[in-house]
Design a protein around this ligand. Structure first.
Ligand code: TRP
Length: 363
C-alpha cells in the first residue's frame, strides 16, 4: 500500500462501493471525474501526512462518500470533495476549484450563470475559515453525473456570514428565503445557530436549487422541531424521533452540532421545499458498530432494507466496526418534497482511524 496515491485509493474505494450496492452502468466516467476534482493534491501518497488539513473528514481525507436510500431501490452515491493544490492553502485550493469548474462546464455543458452571480461574494481574494469551495459529485442510477458547489458563509469571517447568506439568496432570486431561515433555524443568534454551507446545484435542464446549512450548537429537540416547521409536509415529530434514535436518547447535543439544511428550488418563495437534518453520530456513539445499529434501526422504521447499508459498509471498511469510531460520521433525514429519504455518510479513513471510546460518552 505504501506508495498509493490518493487518487488511486479514491478510485478503488468508489468502485468497491458501486459494486457493493449494485450501482448500474459504466463507472469509468464517474471515476475520472472524481479524480479530476481531487485536483493536483490527488497525486500525493496516502502514506505521507496529508499536506492540507481538509475539514471534509476528521482524519483530513479530502473526500467523503454518502449513500442516499429511498424506497425505490438503487441508492444514489454522492462524493463530497475538496480540490487541493500542489501547495495547498485556502487561496490555492480555491484557484484549483475554479479551474476545474471552468473545465467541467466547457466539457459537460452546464451553465455557470448562478455561480457567476455569487462568486464575488463567496470567493474573495483572501478566503478565511475552513475552506473556500467544495464539490459534491452526484451519481444517480442511469443518469449522467451531476455536481453541487459548496461555499463557505464564513469565508469573510464569522460575523459576516449572515450578510453573505442574505445577499446570496437575494442575487439568486430568493429574496424572502433568508427571513424564513432566520426565523426557523437562527433564533438563538449566529453564535449558537451558525451558517456552515451555502450550495448551488449544477445540473443540465433541471430547476436551479440553492441550499443553506445551519449548525445548531448545544441543541435540544425544540431547536430542530422549530427548524423543520419551515417546510410544508415535513413532520417535526419524525425529526425528533430521528434525533432520539441516532443520538441514543441524548437530550442535549453537546458535542458536534446538529445541522439543518433547507433547499429552495425555482418556484419556492419564502418556504423551502426540503428540510434535512444531519446528526454527527460519531460523537454520540462509542464505536461504528453502535452507529451501524442505530442507522439500521432508522432504516427499518422507514421501510428500507439495512442489508444495503451493510454491503456499503463492508465495501468501505478496512477494519472491524468495533475498532474505531467515525467511519459513519453523519446520518441524515430528508423531509418534504417529493418524499422522505435517509442518507448514511461514509468515511474511508485514508490517513487515520479514530480509536473507539471505551466508556459511555453520551450525557
Ligand atoms: N467534516 C465536517 C463536519 O463534520 C464537514 C462535513 C462533511 C459535513 N460531511 C458532512 C457536515 C455531512 C454535515 C454533513 O462538520
Amino acid at each position: 500500500m505504501s506508495s498509493v496515491s490518493l487518487r488511486d485509493y479514491a478510485a478503488v474505494r468508489l468502485n468497491e462501493l458501486c459494486r457493493a450496492v449494485d450501482f448500474p452502468g459504466p463507472r469509468d466516467e464517474a471515476t475520472r471525474l472524481f479524480q479530476e476534482i481531487l485536483g493536483p493534491g490527488g497525486y500525493n501518497s496516502i502514506s505521507d501526512d496529508p499536506r492540507w488539513g481538509s475539514d471534509v473528514s476528521d482524519d483530513r481525507t479530502p473526500f467523503e462518500f454518502s449513500v442516499a436510500f429511498d424506497s425505490d431501490g438503487t441508492p444514489t452515491i454522492r462524493i463530497l470533495i475538496e480540490p487541493t493544490a500542489e501547495h495547498p492553502s485556502n487561496l490555492a485550493n480555491m484557484e484549483v476549484s475554479k479551474r476545474i469548474l471552468q473545465a467541467l462546464s466547457n466539457r459537460l455543458d452546464f451553465s455557470l450563470d448562478q455561480f457567476t452571480a455569487i462568486q464575488d461574494l463567496f470567493l474573495p481574494e483572501d478566503p478565511q475559515g475552513k475552506f473556500a469551495m467544495w464539490y459534491s459529485l452526484v451519481l444517480r442510477p442511469n443518469t449522467p453525473p451531476s455536481f453541487k458547489l459548496y461555499f463557505n458563509p464564513e469565508v469573510r469571517g464569522h460575523c459576516n456570514a449572515p450578510a453573505l447568506v442574505r445577499e446570496g439568496f437575494q442575487r439568486l432570486g430568493f429574496p424572502a428565503a433568508y427571513e424564513t431561515v432566520l426565523r426557523h433555524a437562527g433564533r438563538r443568534g449566529h453564535h449558537l445557530d451558525s451558517y456552515s454551507f451555502f450550495t448551488l446545484d449544477l445540473r443540465q435542464h433541471v430547476r436551479p436549487r440553492v441550499k443553506v446549512y445551519v449548525s445548531h450548537h448545544m441543541a435540544e429537540e425544540p431547536t430542530v422541531r422549530r427548524a423543520a416547521e419551515a417546510v410544508p409536509n415535513a413532520d417535526p415529530d419524525q425529526v425528533v424521533e430521528f434525533c432520539r434514535v441516532s443520538g441514543g436518547g441524548t437530550g442535549l447535543f453537546a458535542h458536534r452540532p446538529l445541522i439543518s439544511s433547507y433547499s429552495f428550488v425555482e418556484g419556492d418563495t419564502d418556504r423551502p421545499s426540503v428540510y434535512t437534518l444531519y446528526v454527527p453520530i460519531r460523537d454520540y456513539v462509542n464505536n461504528d458498530e453502535e452507529a451501524r445499529n442505530r442507522a439500521a434501526e432508522l432504516m427499518t422504521r422507514m421501510d428500507l432494507d439495512p442489508a444495503l447499508l451493510d454491503r456499503a459498509l463492508e465495501a468501505v471498511a478496512r477494519r472491524p466496526l468495533t475498532e474505531g469510531v467515525g467511519m459513519i460520521p453523519h446520518l441524515s433525514l430528508r423531509l418534504g418534497w417529493p418524499k422522505p429519504g435517509f442518507t448514511v455518510y461514509l468515511s474511508t479513513e485514508a490517513f487515520a482511524v479514530c480509536p473507539p471510546r471505551r466508556s459511555a460518552l453520551v450525557s
